[in-house]
Write a protein that binds this ligand. Structure first.
Ligand SMILES: [Zn+2]
Length: 295
């Protein structure tokens, strides 16, 4: 079975990015997996600490492993935004193949010190595990925000990015390059889009040579995505767009099945809407070059 590192190298060589989608229930997992399989594109599913607490760290690992094995499909499980070594170790032992170790809220030197320790500890559990480090400020919460936080002071520069990667030994870096967690109301309504600082991505890529993840991708302009991937982004995180589709799909399905109480007759409506969002994003991140299999 392909390693995530190999898949990232292939994506980089092909100037594509692997889509990373957050899940916290079976509806989301099924939607992501079905979309990826139909397009035959590798995919990452991620769960933050809160999402793991809801689903169960070992339980979701077993679920994703079973999909991976039964369908021989490159689906990779990531422990998203993990703020303590204890939680990171739990995920590594459960079988997650990558961990986002996020101490970006700490002072830079402290972030370096603790991330370096985490890289050592986690690789001793699984040498193939990839560790992602975080620098800069991209806000918190994959939700709908009333107003835009001022993140201009939290942008990452190439010098600090290089220092961080060299000193910590992380495999993947998540910089702040104009991206933001969550979406503004205007973005949900389609009146505004996020824009990315493409020259900054190029500079960070050149300085670090590291794999790069773009967090907070929901609501980003399509062309900015294309240019960001060409500039060196290897993984793109989408969460809020899925959560919105999940809610809309569920509401619509409940409306259409007013007397229905059978979950497996109601929930496919939610799966379908999430699946459409995932498929659209996967096509974009893969240069729309994926082969559509007859399902
Ligand atoms: Zn994130």
């Amino acid at each position: 079975m392909t390693l995530l590192r190999t898949q990232l190298q292939e994506a980089q060589a092909g100037r594509k990015a692997i889509g990373h989608f957050n899940i916290s229930d079976l509806v989301l997992l099924k939607a992501v997996f079905e979309a990826a399989r139909q397009l035959n594109m590798p995919v990452m599913v991620g769960l933050s600490e809160g999402e793991r607490a809801f689903v169960g760290t070992r339980q979701i690992a077993a679920f994703v492993r079973s999909l991976r094995e039964e369908y021989d499909f490159p689906i990779f499980l990531n422990a998203d935004h993990t703020h303590s070594l204890e939680k990171a170790v739990q995920a590594a032992k459960a079988g997650f193949v990558s961990i986002v170790f996020d101490l970006s809220a700490l002072p830079f030197e402290e972030n370096i010190r603790q991330t370096r320790q985490a890289v050592e500890a986690l690789k001793s559990i699984n040498p193939d595990l990839l560790v992602e480090g975080e620098i800069g400020d991209i806000g918190t919460g994959s939700e709908i925000h009333e107003s835009s936080p001022d993140l201009s002071k939290g942008l990452s520069g190439p010098a600090e990015a290089k220092e961080f990667v060299t000193a910590t030994g992380v495999d993947i870096l998540a910089p702040a390059v104009g991206n933001m967690h969550g979406m503004l109301k205007s973005m949900v309504e389609g009146r505004a889009k996020k824009h990315l600082d493409i020259p900054r991505i190029e500079q960070i890529k050149r300085a670090t040579g590291s794999f790069l993840t773009l967090h907070g991708g929901s609501g980003t302009n399509d062309d900015d995505f294309r240019r960001a991937i060409a500039a060196g982004i290897n993984v793109v995180h989408i969460n809020t767009e899925l959560r919105i589709a999940w809610r809309n799909g569920l509401e619509r399905s409940l409306e259409e099945h007013k007397e229905e109480v059978v979950p497996y007759k109601i929930l496919p409506g939610a799966i379908e809407l999430v699946k459409q969002v995932v498929a659209g994003r996967l096509r974009l991140f893969n240069g729309e070059a994926g082969l559509v299999q007859s399902a």
